[in-house]
Design a protein. Structure first.
Length: 502
């Protein structure tokens, strides 16, 4: 024990001496901080890139380009560089050095736009690559640039004469060719001002190919900025980003008019809140419900597998309450203090839009990709009628399903359509039956599909979460045993569970 203590003490002394030589004793150990910040926890590269787009929008950019660069254009499968170009107001050479810092922003605590912490640019860039360069120019100025290379940082290349870490001043620079080519084409009268962020040494991409990255960027950024694209056009490798309203209410939104199905809007609700600090914020609740065929190609069948249309990924990914801050979608949550969204709830759409002055009440994280709603705010939303609206939307979808089943069961309906109606009816029976519902062998509609039964189980658990524990345990044990017997019978008859049940 003594030897271990002496060893630890010696290591601590050596660490303290080394750190004191390289930086002032402040709140962070620079190299360790930068290495740790790479794991800040972005959900994906899309959220990191959104941080850079936020900065461009706040700089009053009218156009933002996302470019992928390659070592060899003949084999453009996996990018080696990523650039974000804008035509905003740009940054002076002096400001560039501070923009490299965590917390370096002239918009500290600004609630009027999308950013307020000064962490977005450095956090986003190092989360994807080991080197990034900021190029910028102001009106009637020249291009200046500054770089941070994590490999050089680890090697001590940023030490000044006093052996302390110091970012060098910005220098006049020439833009990379793959960037200057796009600027020359898109700004034939000259790039008057703006900023370019180039990330290379890419070692933390979430998608193996450029196609996968661009596909996810188009979908998620299309949702995130669907309200802001009217003021700032965004392009991904020359392809204009199309707005995607997750409620499918906007006529200009992609997928709104994909087929004859349309979202049905409920009256929005708006109210204001005064914070303890005296500031006033606005909250807008938007509601919509979708026909049960909304995600399907063949409207006579469910939106499963190859029958799911282009809307279905949006229904699946943005399933729950969508939270939007100052017009930018930042999170979606499927759990509230009163209910949990299950698969059948994909056809109800809810959005909570709030002002940045309410960031604390909604628990907006530094990376602006998540909310942690306070109990007080949940109470405010409850008083504004959110739980009742959700139940009303569910009732609308159930009514539409009943109408569909009745139509499917009418004389002249095809056998496959009638069968689909029967399967949906069995699901509705389980969802609406009381706590004494028996297993599948006792159901009046015959054997129950396991997938449908599971949806029903989740729905009933969510609605009956306040029931006595013993009662729930007995009831669902009986249901699960019944479904297990049913699966075994299918397995015995067919040798395996067929695709219909998977």
């Amino acid at each position: 024990m003594t030897n271990c203590s002496e060893k630890a003490k010696a290591m601590q002394l050596e660490y303290a001496r080394a750190l004191s030589r390289r930086s002032a004793v402040g709140l962070v150990a620079p190299e360790a901080f930068v290495r740790g910040i790479r794991h800040i926890g972005y959900k994906s590269n899309v959220e990191a890139i959104a941080e850079l787009i936020d900065n461009s929008i706040q700089a009053y950019a009218q156009r933002v380009d996302l470019l992928l660069g390659y070592d060899d254009e003949r084999h453009a499968s996996r990018p080696t560089q990523l650039a974000v170009i804008d035509d905003g107001h740009g940054m002076s050479a002096q400001m560039l050095r501070f923009a490299m810092m965590w917390g370096g922003t002239h918009r500290e605590n600004d609630r009027s736009g999308l950013g307020r912490f000064g962490y977005g640019l450095p956090c986003a860039t190092v989360s994807m690559g080991r080197r990034f360069t900021i190029y910028s120019k102001v009106m009637r100025g020249k291009v200046h640039a500054i770089s941070l290379d994590l490999d050089l940082l680890d090697a001590g290349a940023y030490l000044d004469d006093a052996h302390r870490i110091s970012i060098p001043a910005a220098q006049s620079a020439t833009l990379p060719t793959f960037v200057s080519d796009v600027i020359a084409r898109e700004y034939p009268k000259g790039w008057r001002s703006g900023t370019v962020v180039v990330i290379d040494k890419l070692d933390r991409l979430d998608w193996a190919t450029a196609a996968g990255l661009k596909r996810n960027l188009a979908r998620q950024l299309g949702v995130a900025y669907h309200k802001l694209l009217i003021g700032t056009a965004i392009y991904i490798d020359d392809q204009a980003l199309e707005p995607i309203d997750p409620l499918f209410l906007s006529p200009s939104g992609k997928f709104h008019s994909l087929d004859e199905d349309r979202a049905r809007e409920l009256e929005p609700m708006k109210f204001t809140i005064q914070t303890e600090a005296g500031t006033v914020g606005e909250v807008v609740l938007r509601y919509a419900w979708l026909p049960p065929t909304f995600g399907a190609i063949d409207k006579a069948r469910d939106a499963i597998g190859m029958n799911a249309n282009a809307r279905f990924p949006i229904l699946k990914q943005y399933h729950g309450i969508v939270f939007s801050r100052n017009g930018r979608v930042i999170d979606v949550q499927s759990r509230t203090p009163w209910t949990t969204f299950i698969n059948n709830d994909r056809y109800i759409r809810v959005e909570v839009e709030f002002s940045a002055s309410l960031d604390e009440a909604f628990g907006v994280t530094t990376s602006k990709q998540q909310v942690a709603v306070s109990p007080e705010m949940w109470e405010r939303l409850q008083c504004a009628g959110l739980p009742k609206a959700i139940e009303h939307l569910r009732a609308k979808v159930r009514s539409a399903k009943h109408e569909r089943w009745n139509t499917d069961s009418a004389p002249g309906a095809t056998s496959s359509v009638r069968q689909a109606g029967k399967r949906q009816a069995r699901c509705m029976h389980l969802e609406t039956s009381g706590p004494t519902c028996q297993g599948p062998s006792d159901a009046p509609f015959g054997p129950v599909d396991p997938a449908i039964a599971l949806d029903a189980l989740l729905s009933r658990i969510a609605r009956r979460k306040m029931a006595p524990d013993a009662k729930i345990r007995v009831e669902y044990e009986r249901l699960m045993r019944g479904w297990t017997r049913h699966l075994l019978r299918i397995s015995d008859r067919r040798g395996a569970i067929t695709a219909e049940y998977l």
